[in-house]
Design a binder for this molecule. Structure first.
Ligand code: P1T
Length: 382
């Protein structure tokens, strides 16, 4: 019997997938191919690259790595998470319908309601914590089921396998925004999703120094359609941005372990604090989908949200008083951030049924010393 070679583990893939030493010089790190075009030997005779909107070797390395980390056959890198979302939405035609979960990044909702609605795309917003709600919302022209889990900012956890099954029964694609979990904690393709989406600005980049997006999947025909749309519209990352995400991804596993441990400790501390009324963190046994999160995720990640006695006023007061947690939008970097979603990242859902409570505080828990982080939150809550 032949020995089947052991498949490389996640950490090995993060450091090596798409990142073999460079052929000409042996450079161990993928070079930044800072070029817009590639010389051809004769018309149409080239080494796989013509013009850098269509492809660039630094970007190819990132795309190969992204696919490997998500356990998919292909990856595509974009200029931002929204550029990736926009490319997927452009698969739709006038009259098509999307079922979307009721807690998503504000910009995602804005794109569907303010841009694609104008082009005749219809949207149903449902609480996908009950998969039957998604099933009831399906229509003959439903083409996408848009899942975000854990969700931004309320940390709802959705059953990817059940929702992907509902999408497929309706001949729709199941898309999972995996930004909050990262591929280290959750691999939606293995649970039946067709497309995984990332804002690589967040955990994959990991250092708050780049804006980027990514997609991964298995169906080659679908890859072709999305790559065509990307090349036609141009939402591509520059080589240096692709390189920054690739470098960040190398340490994703170790960072996610520490993000998760720090966030767990902070969530438990907040849950004990008499000035805190609610804590949303899937790692708490009190989280309504804790059992599902245990099944679907390797650990619970670095994001959490909570409410304070004293509501919006207390929340804004606290956010202005932290010293280590920077008051800033975004998430997923090594440094801790605090923000008020309704006033900041989710302003575009104000007045809709997606609006989070005005007093909700969101933390992106970094990998600093956890006692320092707890001390900072303690003095800021006062
Ligand atoms: O910012 P961009 O790289 O375009 O990614 C958009 C995006 C997509 N999906 C999720 C779940 C996101 O959280 C984001 C961006 N979010 C923030 C900027 C934020 O602070 O929530």
């Amino acid at each position: 019997m032949e020995d089947t070679p052991r498949k490389p583990g996640f950490e090995t893939l993060a450091i090596h997938a798409g990142q073999e030493p460079e052929a000409v010089t042996g450079a161990v790190v993928v070079p930044i191919f800072q070029t817009s075009t590639f010389a051809q030997e004769a018309v149409g005779k080239h080494k796989g690259y013509e013009y850098a909107r269509t492809g660039n070797p630094t970007r190819t390395a990132l795309e190969t790595c992204l696919a490997a980390l998500e356990g998919g056959r292909w990856g595509l890198a974009f200029a931002s998470g929204m550029a990736a979302t926009d490319a997927v939405a452009h698969l739709l035609s006038k009259g098509d319908h999307v079922v979307i979960t009721d807690d998503v990044y504000g910009g995602t909702y804005r794109l569907f309601t303010k841009v694609f609605a104008r082009l005749g795309i219809e949207l149903s917003v449902v609480d996908m914590r009950k998969p039957e709600a998604a099933k009831r919302a399906m229509r003959p022209r439903t083409k996408l089921v848009w899942i975000e889990t854990p969700s931004n900012p309320l940390m709802k956890v959705l059953d990817i396998a059940a929702l992907a099954d509902i999408a497929h029964r309706g001949k729709a694609l199941a898309v999972v925004d995996n930004t909050f979990a990262s591929p280290y904690l959750q691999q939606p393709l293995k649970l039946g999703a067709d497309v995984v989406l990332h804002s690589t600005t967040k955990y994959l980049g990991g250092h708050s120094d780049v804006v980027g997006g990514g997609l991964a999947g298995n169906d080659e025909e679908l890859r072709g359609r999305i790559a065509f749309l990307q090349n036609a519209a141009g939402g591509v990352p520059g080589p240096f941005d692709a390189w920054l995400v690739l470098r960040g991804a190398k340490t994703l596993a170790v960072r996610m372990e520490r993000h998760s441990a720090n966030a767990q400790a902070i969530a438990e501390w907040l849950a004990e604090n008499p000035k805190v009324t609610t804590v949303n963190y899937p790692g708490l046994a009190t989280h309504p989908q804790h059992t599902l999160a245990r099944r679907q995720m390797r650990a619970f990640g670095g994001m959490l949200s909570f409410e304070l006695r004293g509501g919006e006023v207390a929340a804004k007061r606290m956010a202005a008083r932290t010293k280590i947690f920077a008051l800033a939008e975004s998430l997923g970097g090594v440094e801790s951030l605090i923000e008020i979603p309704l006033a900041m990242t989710h302003d575009s859902v104000r007045g809709t049924k997606l609006a989070p409570p005005a007093g909700l505080v969101r933390l992106s828990v970094g990998i600093e010393t956890v006692d320092d982080l707890i001390g900072d939150l303690g003095q800021a809550i006062g």
